[in-house]
Every structure is written in C-alpha cells, then in structure tokens.
Ligand binder design. Structure first.
Ligand code: ADP
Length: 457
C-alpha cells in the first residue's frame, strides 16, 4: 500500500519561500510523510525572492511546454531531508513578492498547468496530487483532460478559506472544493465551523454539499526546528527543567528592545501577519485606552498599514513598555517566543494557527480566542493550574472578554509562580510533532487510492 507517489503542490514551502503558516506546513508535513515510506515530492514556483545561494538548486529539465509558453524545472530538497522540491521557473514568478501582484490569480492558474506538465515531463505519474489552498485548487479540473494523470486522485487541503482566488465569475477555491476527490482543513473545529455562515466565507453551501468528504486534521510544527533545547537563533537554550535559562532570554530580549531589564514584569508578545483575521482590534484599543499596566508588550509583524501605524503609535506612547517591530524577522521571532511569558492569539477565526504551538514549545503561555485550531490546541486553565491546562482562552470576540482574560493571565503570572511553571511545563511537554497528523494524511491517501474503501465513502 505504501510507496505511493504523492505530488505535493503549493505556493510556499519553508524555509525556501515563506509568507506565513502555509509555508511551515509544506516545509514539514512532507518530511513526516516521507518517513511513512511515501515517494513524496513538493512543487512550488521558482520565485525571484528565493535566495539561490542558500540552497543547492539544480536544473532538471528545460523548455517544458505549457500551452504557448515554456518553463524550466529546477530541483532542491527540503533541508535535512531527501524530499525533493521542484521549482517551476517562468517570468510570471520573477517578481520580488510572492503574492500581492494584480496578476496573482492568472499566475497560479498558470502554475497549476505548469506543475502538471512538469510532472509529466519527468515521467512522475502520481497516485495522489495533494493540493493546498486556492493557488492549486484548479488542478482537479485540469486533470480531467490529461490522460497522463488518469490514475491520480486529488486531496485539497484548505489552510485558509478567506483567500479564494477569484477572477471574473470564477472562484478557484470553490471549484477545487467541488472537484477534488477529498478535502480537508487543518483542525477538527475549523472543519465544523466552516459549514456555518459565520465561518464559511460564502462557501458554506458547497462545503455542506461535500461534508462527507471533508476532514479536519490538526497541523503540527517542525519540532526539530522549533526546539528551545537546540535553537541556534536564541541566546540561551533551555527545557522545562531549566526555565531559568528562559528568563535569560527574556532579559536579552528586553535589552534588545531598549527596555529596562525586569525579570518579574510579564512580557507579552504577538508574532503575526497584521490582518483583520488576527483580532488586533481587541488588543490595540485596550492598550491605548485602559493602558498597559505593569506588563511589557512586543509586537512582531507586517501586514495592513492601518495596524502597522496603530502599533507604532502605541510604541511611541509607551516606549518603555510597548515595542512595535514592523518587519518579517525569523530570528527575532524565535527570540520573542523564547523571551516572552504570555503569547497572544485573539483571532476572529483561525484554521489551525501555528504560533500558539510554537509559543507553547518555548514555554510562552498562550492566551487565545477559542476558535478553530486555537480551541483544539490550547487547554484552558483549570483551578490552580493543575492537570494538563496549557493556557488561557476566551470565547466571545469582544473587548471585555479579552480584557478579563488578559487580566486573569497577568494576575496568575504575578501571584501563582508555581502554577505558572506548571502551565509552561504542560505546554512544553505537549506533542506538537507532525507524526500523528502525517498518519492521518496517509489514511486519506489510502482511502483515495484504495477503490474498495473509496467506494464506501
Ligand atoms: P498564518 O498562516 O495565518 O500566517 P500561522 O499561525 O499558521 O498564521 O503561522 C504564522 C507563521 O509565520 C509562524 O511560523 C510565525 O512565527 C510566522 N510569522 C508571522 N509573522 C512573522 C514575522 N513578522 N516575522 C517572523 N515570523 C513571522
């Protein structure tokens, strides 16, 4: 049954080309799947933004015909693995940014056609084509007229329903949902939520139509990469039993941000794309209005100018307590996870969310809105911090609910140090590896390729 051939198609793959969490998934899940004896290969566009000097990239095939155009196919591997990553080279992908171009939809329709022609050109006939988000969601439709892929089944993973790839009357994600053999999203709760009007982003009706083929599989993180015991990007390595060294990271971070070193003051953080989804409306007015209290807040992110400006304003108002780091900075992100006590993720919706998982791995206690994957991964504090609780949660997307929960977390941090250490330890001991999820994906591949099981679905 194993040794299945899987073509994994996406728009990003960490660390080669990363904008957000999608890249983390594509950079890690295929490695976990490869350990299950699958012949799995990733394919992404060869963006102008990819740093060629960082990776060993070799040319595999030149002048592959895609309609009236041609592409070149290059190959590297996911770092520290034998998983091939194919890079499709064409002038459409040469721009500096991965997204944001007015030609995005056309660009990814072309990529979808090109990835099929590329697989064909190297004679890789996959059993399953695993598609990710709207960028490659048109592939099931394209396959219908391509005999080389007569055996191929498709799985579409929805990482974010909010981006749909719309051009004229065509909605690429909707087409993918209708045409893929199976569909999944990245947490069980989000898989249920998207069947409702509130979370369905206009696609709830077609999702309901396909609910029997819709699964929820929780994301993991690359636990080798995100490992406070070995992470080279942080000043001091540590584990649950040596949390004193986490404090040294906090002091180093405070120094780096130009703040007074203060071991006892709670350091609260957020690392995120600064977009509507992430719930900044709950944080910014609170800090600007009620004030900051005794805590320190560091925000690392880029995104909508409105949020960037508001955070910069706050930092100006409270220079010793608020820092707005408006940039994408992988190293600083690790230092923030390692240096902070509380990590915020008050999202309006969250398909899975990786930042809360990374935070827990680094002993930063997450404070999250109980939605989507955040609800599935953060266990709210029970009395005294006993049991397996790992953080703080609130339900209503409302200023008061957030405020109360933050106050509760700060109070617990200040007044219950032993309970706090337990919360940290619980999070640090959690299993956020891809291993379990990879087995669930394998099961879906098996369903797809085993007609007997598939017929019963
Ligand atoms: P999303 O996919 O919606 O962006 P996730 O929580 O799934 O959110 O993943 C976000 C990923 O991007 C995490 O690895 C996080 O650390 C990283 N990230 C987000 N913003 C930044 C930034 N400004 N600098 C460095 N890393 C960032």
């Amino acid at each position: 049954m194993n040794n299945l051939k899987i073509l994994f198609a996406a728009s990003e793959a960490a660390p080669i080309a990363k904008v957000g969490g999608l890249a983390d998934v594509i950079g890690a899940l295929p490695k976990a799947l490869a350990k299950l004896n699958l012949d799995i290969r990733v394919i992404i566009p060869f963006y102008g933004a990819i740093d060629r000097s960082q990776y060993l990239i070799k040319l595999v095939k030149q002048n592959i015909t895609v309609g009236t155009e041609t592409v070149n196919l290059w190959q590297t591997n996911l770092p520290d693995s034998a998983v091939p990553v194919y890079l499709v080279e064409h002038r459409l992908f040469k721009g500096k940014e991965i997204y944001g171009d007015s030609r995005d939809v056309k660009k990814f329709i072309f990529f979808s056609r090109a990835l099929l022609e590329s697989a064909k050109a190297i004679d890789f006939a996959p059993d399953v084509i695993h598609l990710n988000d709207w960028h490659t969601a048109i592939v099931p439709e394209l396959l219908k007229t391509n005999p080389f892929f007569s055996r191929a089944k498709t799985l579409l993973t929805i990482h974010n329903l909010a981006s749909q790839g719309i051009i004229g009357s065509k909605n690429l994600l909707a087409d993918g949902i209708l045409n893929a053999n199976l569909i999944n999203t990245v947490s069980p709760t989000y898989a249920r939520e998207i069947l409702t009007k509130e979370f369905g982003a206009g696609l709830e009706k077609i999702l309901i139509k396909r609910r029997r083929q819709l699964y929820g599989i929780l994301n993991g993180i690359d636990t080798n990469y995100y490992n406070p015991q070995t992470d080279k990007l942080i000043a001091y390595n540590y584990r649950a039993a040596t949390l004193k060294n986490k404090t040294l990271n906090k002091l180093a971070l405070q120094k780096q941000l130009g703040w007074p070193a203060a071991e006892k003051i709670a350091l609260v953080s957020l690392v995120s794309r600064l977009v509507w989804q992430k719930g900044l409306e709950l944080i910014i007015p609170l800090l600007g209005g009620a004030g900051v209290g005794q805590a320190q807040f560091v925000f690392l992110g880029t995104g909508e100018k409105k949020y960037e400006d508001q955070l910069k304003q706050l930092a100006k108002k409270f220079p010793k307590q608020i820092s707005a780091q408006i940039k994408f900075d992988e190293t600083l992100a690790h230092q923030v996870y390692a240096g902070s006590d509380i990590f915020l993720a008050p999202s309006r919706f969250e398909p899975c969310g990786l930042t809360q998982l990374i935070a827990m791995r680094y002993g930063a206690v997450p404070l999250v809105r109980a939605t989507g994957g955040l609800a599935d991964t953060v266990a709210p504090l029970q009395k005294g911090g006993r049991g397996v609780s790992t953080g703080f949660t609130f339900k209503d997307f409302a200023a008061l609910a957030f405020h109360k929960t933050l106050a509760k977390a700060l109070d617990f941090y200040c007044n219950h140090p032993a309970g706090w250490r337990q919360l940290q330890a619980n999070g640090m001991k959690g299993d956020f590896s891809w291993h379990k999820s990879a087995r669930q994906y394998l099961r879906l591949y098996q369903k797809l390729t085993n007609p007997e099981i598939f017929a019963k679905m």
